[in-house]
Design a protein around this ligand. Structure first.
Ligand SMILES: *Cc1c(COP(=O)(O)O)cnc(C)c1O
Length: 432
């Protein structure tokens, strides 16, 4: 039951208020149009199935941090894969269509977007499964150097799956888990710490954590890092190689638009690969998988992160989806992302009566991912009404409205409209 709408989920009348400002300074709609006209990424939007800017009936999609929009090239590519590669070539496609090596090839394409040189990223399995591989692998590495390390630090605000998996990984390896706010992880690491699992961007608040700084502090303490990049992959430059990060996992169905349940990615820093002892040593990670050897010999390189037969259809859908990144500079993406979130915050300030929402996303750019989270009484009902009025964000219990900004397809016009409709919803309230 919400505070704003004590009667429960309300019925709203269609908005019948004034049109957006059309003149007189400062006009946010006009400013949005000017920002869109000057946007170096504006042409990328056409590569996605999204509504045309300015279409009053269209939907403003600000949930690309949960499920990225569909790139136009995917359907045709997938149809060809099904008809030609699967339908006609069948088993031959494992070699002739490059299926067998697709996990590393697609992994390298994602790697470029994460600041990882080729040969360190493999695509496959879910984020949850890759968190397991990385955490156990990191504990084993830390233990090999210092057997007394028996503590796994976990970002206290972590996306729950990471916490559940880390707890199980800790039980299996005889470690204890200690939950610590991400901002305190660097200080908390000590001689007993084997690994810290940290979310680069907090899924709820959109707070960006200091990946190089925390990694450096963990290394100084003799511990390893596992970074969860679900909310930064495709949203901002990550700089994995430059930071010396040990392990990382990334989701590909959020800002990378790979489609529902698209395979996730696992990064193992090159110099650690020979010592990476995977807890899921499936036959696809064997040095000679078709030798069918009863004894396990791990493959070298990123292949060691594989488990079983790759999920080819979703992997090749992701491959096609990644075409939208060709020639895109993550620095330009980041600049637009910050401009979008700054602009959204200004629009909210203008359109939403003071006190109705509270921004929980940090204002300093170096602490902000590519989303804005607003605490709002009755957030669940407010989001339901926003969606009904064509503005799709999402709601995280108990009271957070989340708006994700995907710089490849989110426009400033979308941003202005979303804030304006939010203002309308929180001021109009329920109609009886
Ligand atoms: C989205 C997300 C996941 C999702 O994990 P799946 O295994 O794909 O369900 C995990 N961690 C974080 C931080 C996420 O944002």
């Amino acid at each position: 039951m919400s505070d704003v709408f004590p009667g429960g989920v309300p019925e709203f009348a269609p908005w019948a208020g004034p049109e957006p400002e059309t003149g007189g300074p400062p006009c946010l709609a006009a400013e949005a149009a000017a920002l869109d006209a000057a946007d170096p990424l504006r042409d990328r939007r056409e590569a996605f199935v999204v509504d045309a800017p300015g279409d009053p009936e269209g939907v403003v999609y600000l949930d690309g941090n949960s499920l990225g929009a569909l790139p136009r090239g995917v359907a045709g590519r997938l149809a060809a894969v099904v008809e030609e590669e699967w339908g006609r070539l069948r088993i031959r496609s494992w070699t002739e269509s490059g299926w067998w090596t697709a996990p590393e090839r697609v992994g390298d394409r994602v790697g470029r977007l994460l600041g990882a040189a080729p040969g360190q990223v493999v695509a496959g399995d879910s984020t949850s499964v890759n968190v397991f591989k990385a955490v156990v692998g990191a504990v084993r590495l830390a233990r090999a150097a210092a057997p007394g390390r028996d503590e796994v630090l976990v970002d206290a605000a972590t996306f729950p799956t990471d916490g559940y998996i880390a707890a199980s990984a800790a039980r299996l390896t005889g470690c204890t888990v200690r939950a610590v706010p991400a901002t305190d992880v660097a200080e908390a690491a000590g001689p007993r710490t084997a690994v810290a699992l940290v979310n680069h961007v907090d899924y709820r608040t959109g707070r960006l954590h200091d990946l190089p700084g925390i990694t450096g502090a963990l290394h100084a303490a003799g511990a390893r890092t596992v970074w969860d990049l679900c909310h930064s992959a495709g949203a901002l430059p990550v700089g994995l190689d430059a930071s010396g990060a040990d392990f990382a996992v990334a989701c590909t169905y959020k800002y990378l638009n790979g489609g529902p349940g698209a395979p996730a990615c696992l990064y193992v820093r090159r110099e650690l690969q020979p010592r990476f002892d995977s807890p899921l040593p499936g036959w696809n990670s064997h040095a000679d998988p078709f030798g069918m050897d009863p004894a396990y010999t791990p493959a070298d390189g990123a292949v060691r992160g594989r488990v079983g037969t790759p999920e080819i259809l979703s992997l090749l859908a992701l491959d096609a989806a990644l075409d939208v990144w060709d020639g895109v500079d993550l620095g330009v993406v980041r600049a637009k992302s910050l401009d979008l979130t700054d602009f959204f915050l200004r629009c909210v300030e203008r359109y939403v009566p003071a006190g109705r929402t509270e921004c929980v996303t940090p204002l300093p750019h170096e602490e902000r991912g590519s989303q804005v989270s607003l605490r709002c009484a009755g957030a669940g009902d407010v989001m339901a009404e926003l969606v009904r009025r064509g503005v799709v964000g999402d709601f995280r219990r108990p009271d957070v409205l989340r708006f994700g900004f995907a710089p490849l397809y989110t426009s400033f016009a979308d941003t202005e409209r979303a804030a304006r409709v939010l203002g309308e919803v929180v001021t109009s309230g329920p109609v009886r």
